[in-house]
Structure formats: structure tokens, C-alpha cells
Design a protein around this ligand. Sequence first.
Ligand code: UFG
Length: 327
Amino acid sequence: MKVFVTGGAGYIGSVCVQALLRAGHDVLVFDNLSEGHRQAVLDAPLVTGDLRDHSLLDRTLREYAPDAVMHFAASALVAESVENPRKYYENNIESSLSLLRTMLACGVRRIVFSSTAATYGVPEIVPIPEDHPQQPINPYGFTKLVIEHAIRDYARAYGLGGVILRYFNAAGASHDGRLGEHHHHETHLIPIVLQVALGQREHVKIYGTDYPTEDGTCVRDFIHVEDLAEAHVRALDYCRDGHVLAANVGTGQGHSVRQVIETARAVTGHPIPAVEAPRRPGDPPVLVAAVERARRELGWTATCSDLRSIIQSAWQWHRAHPHGYEN
Ligand code: UFG
């Protein structure tokens, strides 16, 4: 299939591009490089542009004439979305609506959409099933939920076919060690912990130690980015006109912030000092996926996402790329 990949220069998008190419697909990456890195687009052509640039998007889609779109491009930080919601409404809603409009105009009917566990809000049931109420507690989750609704409504009205993948916490690096997690302003737990191990930070802050969890810190479901990429390849095969599937992409296992730090200490051999800090606004206490639907519908299950393997893979990449994609 010919696949148009927005955000294909970003962390998850770039690993998915490689998985698509390995599966025999043809790929065109579209990225404005605001968060992505040119160096992360290894073997696919890249068009540098913004999804809100209607004429460029229209021209590019008409020329490439893809069979499907994978839409990764987005702003994706919970805390930032609380502080600067406008960025999220503009980047995540405006851009996605522009993409959907252009897809329909150009006759492209299949989409795999990057959604998030943050659409659930504070879960009432854990592991969280896909039909759990979606009541996001931060603007990031809300903007993703709006686009989930748009995809469903467009499927009903215009025959779009989609798979909505609700990611839990992506982490780790590509198996070949070439692609990893590099954000201009790092806020994610595992990269930060590893930056401490590299001597680039003095300590990691633990945001909240009074959550109603076993050790008082937040619990997350960490999914290896290569497992996540495989879920996208399966999702592409699943896409059917007029039908939308939403599936969690996680492992079904939760790990606390303290467990992550402990595992990173064991993997790196570094003491990784940790300092207790207040809760971070917008963080739900526990996010763990129910995984049966992805297994049943997509034939997908995580195979390399035990916490130690994830941290080992991330550690290997961070040691080899102490400044990410910058020399
Ligand atoms: N945390 C710390 N200290 C840090 C960084 C993070 O204690 O320095 C904690 C957070 O408070 C949270 C947990 O570690 O409890 C994980 O935080 P991350 O920032 O690594 O990830 P989030 O859970 O906030 O968000 C990620 C993605 C979102 C996605 C979400 C779904 O960034 O896009 O997972 O679970 F929606």
C-alpha cells in the first residue's frame, strides 16, 4: 500500500515508517519538523510542511495518491497542554480537520489515527476497556477525543474507514538502535531518568507520592515503540471503508514511577537520585490498558514490552546519542 505518514519524523512516527517499509509498503512522510527530526527519516521521502497549509497538502496528496494515511503529527505533552491549550487546539484539532478534509477531497478513505489513553481521564475500571467513558482531564486528551469523534462521524457520513489506536506510554528505541526518543524539551519519565544516568541532570523529580496506588506514585502501562509500530502495520491491514475500530495499544501491565526509576538503576548501574515533588497537573493516577480487543481484532499483542527490555533499549540509544539527533 502507499501510505502517507504525517509526523513521520517524530519519535513514534519514524519507527512506524521503518516498520511499514519492512512490511513492503511505500511511504511518504509529511512533517513540519517542529518536533520531528530530519535525521529520523531514514529511508523514505520527506515533504516538509504544515498540515494547515491547504494548498501544499492538497497538492501532495493528489500527486502521491496514497491508499491510506497514518496521522501521527500532533502536540503530545499532557502538562504543556494544561499550560498552553491553544497550541493543542490548533495543532491537534485544526491540523487534523484540515487533513481529513483534504483526504476526502482527494478520495483517500483510510486513516490510522494516533489517539491516547489520555482520552479516558481518571479511569473507573482498570485495566481500561475501550468502551470505558472518555472524560479527559487535560486539553491534550480532549483534543484527541474530538478527532476520534470526527473520524467516527466522517465514517458514517462519508464512508471513511479508520483505526483509532489509543496509545499508552510509548518508550524504548528501534531494535536496530538508529531511532529513539528525542524531544526538544524533554518531559517524559524514562528519557529523563536516563539523562540522570548520563550525568546530564542531577536528579529526577517524582511528581506526586500521595496517589492512591501501592507506592503512592502514578502507574503507567509502558509499551515498546517497536510493538507500537507493529500495531500500526496490523491496523493498516484492518482498515475498512465506513468502519471505525478503536483499540488500546498497551501491555495490560502497570508500573509505578518508583518502579521505573528502580529498574533504570538496575539497568544503568547508576544510583539515579530521585526527589519527591508535588503532583503534576493533568496526570491521572493509573493508566493501564485492557488489551483483548487489539489481540482479537488486529491479531496484535505486545512481544517486547517488559519494562526492563524497554529501559535497556532506551538506555542503549541514549548512551549512543547523548544529545539525541544533534551532534
Ligand atoms: N513523571 C515524573 N517525573 C518526571 C516525568 C514524569 O514523576 O520527570 C511521572 C508523571 O507524573 C507521570 C509518569 O511519570 O505520572 C509518566 O509521565 P510521562 O510524562 O512520561 O508520560 P505521561 O503519562 O504524562 O504521558 C504519556 C504521553 C502522552 C499520552 C500518555 C498516555 O506523553 O502523550 O502517556 O498514558 F497520552
